[in-house]
Ligand binder design. Structure first.
Ligand SMILES: Nc1ncnc2c1ncn2[C@@H]1O[C@H](COP(=O)(O)OP(=O)(O)OP(=O)(O)O)[C@@H](O)[C@H]1O
Ligand SMILES: [Mg+2]
Length: 79
């Protein structure tokens, strides 16, 4: 609810991916809805038939972001 501007940003970001690689960082105070926005972004990407690889580090490794990237990169398709 009430996330029109943020969802518009997500739409612009997803449109822009057709022109090349990009990153979208979701930041904000605890409990403000970052994870919810992230999930909305994944759903919107899938609706566009984008290939979506998604991962999150488990709690003990939360501070080690490269672990999440490692998980994604090993599941990239080879074609
Ligand atoms: N736009 C919204 N309208 C109403 N409730 C929302 C909205 N976005 C998130 N919520 C609710 O607010 C709560 C916190 O959302 P969420 O877990 O996405 O926040 P977060 O920023 O990721 O939190 P944290 O900082 O703890 O990781 C959840 O119960 C979620 O359902
Ligand atoms: Mg969260």
């Amino acid at each position: 609810m009430g996330r029109g501007p943020e969802l518009a940003t997500v739409d612009d970001f997803l449109d822009g991916l057709l022109d090349g690689a990009a990153a979208l960082m979701v930041t904000g105070a605890a409990g403000i809805g970052k994870t919810t926005m992230w999930k909305e972004t994944l759903a919107a990407a899938r609706e566009r038939s984008y290939l979506v690889l998604s991962t999150r580090p488990a709690s003990p490794r939360r501070s080690c972001r490269s672990v999440a990237w490692g998980t994604c990169s090993t599941t990239l398709p080879t074609t």
